[in-house]
Design a protein around this ligand. Structure first.
Ligand SMILES: Nc1ncnc2c1ncn2[C@@H]1O[C@H](COP(=O)(O)OP(=O)(O)OP(=O)(O)O)[C@@H](O)[C@H]1O
Ligand SMILES: [Mg+2]
Length: 262
């Protein structure tokens, strides 16, 4: 829930805040699974702020190496100097490190994560020979979107089974109305049909759409409407175009819009 207005706004939808706190208290890493734009990043920002810890976010991709996370020697003014990567910095500071789309990371990254995510809680820095024991306040959070997964890109059981895990999904309609209204400034009465449209579009996902419309896109549409844009124009550029390039699917989406907005 939105307890403290100075924290990044996050509307909880289940036990995720309690789970995060329990994970942190017990030194356990946490894996968030869920579709794009459903609040995973916002949740981590909120919880890190709530714990009063800095947050280091790393977007993983298939070129990301262990050195990108841990650090490397750099040449500075003729001298080589060790520079910590974001993971090392987070461990040293007892911060929260958030690895977004962790399935994209290269194999050598998972090798680094294993001793850090089991009871050793140790970051091995091969290059310097350092072994950092993570302080109590350090927490590793990772996320991925199971919807994008292919057989080649799956977390190994030995990695998965080092994390507590929780599935995120789009919030229930009441919650989503509150979130979209708060984020966009559009009043709840005008957000309600938008959220209803979102529900109808999500029912299509898997058939014609790879993934349903995100809360993020509903916020975009509501933001355009709050700024005075015509509803049909806002929906075109914030919902229909971002969702698909397929002309037939776009027509189906416009039909859905027409049934809701008349
Ligand atoms: N429960 C929530 N509380 C507050 N805002 C939310 C919530 N869920 C979604 N949002 C809104 O949706 C937007 C997108 O959420 P966020 O960036 O956290 O998604 P994500 O799950 O990290 O997506 P991706 O997997 O694409 O990174 C946020 O900027 C925020 O406006
Ligand atoms: Mg995110």
């Amino acid at each position: 829930m939105d307890r403290d207005p100075s924290l990044p706004y996050y509307h909880s939808t289940g036990i995720e805040c309690d789970l995060f706190e329990a994970a942190q208290k017990n030194g356990l890493p946490l894996l968030l699974k869920g579709p794009t734009g459903c609040g995973k990043t916002r949740f981590v920002e909120h919880m890190a702020a709530r714990m009063g810890r800095p947050l280091y976010t790393v977007a993983c991709h298939d070129d990301l190496s262990a050195a990108d996370l841990i650090g490397r020697y750099l040449l500075r003014g003729g001298e080589t100097e060790w520079v910590d990567g974001p993971l090392t910095r987070a461990v040293r500071e007892g911060a929260v490190c958030y690895l977004d789309e962790v399935v994209e990371a290269r194999k050598d990254v998972t090798v680094v994560l294993h001793p850090l995510t089991d009871n050793r809680r140790t970051l091995m820095i091969d290059r310097t020979g350092e072994e950092l024991l993570a302080p109590k306040s350090f927490m590793l959070v990772a996320s991925y979107n199971p919807g994008y997964q292919n057989v080649l890109k799956q977390l190994k059981p030995s990695t998965r089974q080092r994390f507590l895990s929780i599935t995120f999904d789009f919030p229930d309609p009441q919650t989503e109305i509150a979130v979209v209204s708060r984020e966009s400034g559009l009043d709840a009465e005008r957000v309600a049909p938008l959220v209803r449209l979102g529900g109808h579009i999500r029912a299509l996902s898997g058939m014609d759409l790879e993934e349903g419309v995100s809360t993020r896109l509903l916020v975009y549409a509501a933001t355009l409407m709050a700024g005075g844009m015509r509803v049909t124009d806002a929906l075109e550029s914030a919902i229909i175009e971002p969702l698909t390039d397929d002309a037939d699917v776009q027509i189906a989406l416009r039909d859905l819009v027409a049934t809701i907005y008349g």
